[in-house]
Design a protein around this ligand. Structure first.
Ligand code: HEM
Length: 128
């Protein structure tokens, strides 16, 4: 049924939590993502928890981030970090691997990667 949200389709809270944990684990260990890893704090747990809260609402589940922090203003929140095509592509590539690793179905992955790319592209604030 078309009324099912992506959040429900991929397995709800448990899958979104696993996805965020895997995303930052990969960012922390895969050399290809060192550029964006270096922008983050040593401890990635706060980033992981915030991404979890954000993605929950973004995928059609409970809007946890907005309930706790208000409007995400994602572009503004990323303004302190220099984000170009390379950083965007690292972020999306890291998320693609994380989605595969946690076993998200192919149809949902295809849909999500398009939306992730658009959101990541919107965060760009420098040339190149
Ligand atoms: C385009 C490449 C991106 C880079 C390089 C990037 C990098 C970062 C960095 C460095 C932080 C700060 C983490 C900290 O406080 O230690 C952050 C926060 C965050 N990012 Fe990204 N990000 C990117 C794309 C995205 C995308 C596509 C999303 C959502 C789909 C996203 C969601 C978030 C959220 C929810 C936060 C927490 C905001 C807050 O502090 O309230 N980011 N990001």
């Amino acid at each position: 049924m078309e009324t099912q949200t992506t959040y429900e389709k991929i397995g709800g809270e448990a899958t979104v939590a696993k996805l965020c944990a895997r995303f930052y684990e990969l960012m922390n260990t895969v050399p290809q993502f060192q550029g964006i890893r270096a922008m983050h704090k040593d401890d990635l747990s706060e980033s992981r928890d915030k991404l979890f809260m954000f993605l929950s609402g973004w995928m059609g589940g409970p809007d946890l981030f907005v309930e706790k922090f208000g409007h995400p203003r994602l572009r503004g929140r990323h303004a302190p970090f220099a984000i170009g095509e390379s950083e965007r592509d690292q972020w999306v590539a890291c998320m693609v691997l994380a989605m595969e690793d946690v076993g998200i179905d192919e149809e949902s992955r295809e849909k999500l990667v398009k939306n992730f790319f658009q959101t990541a592209d919107f965060m760009r604030n420098k040339q190149g």
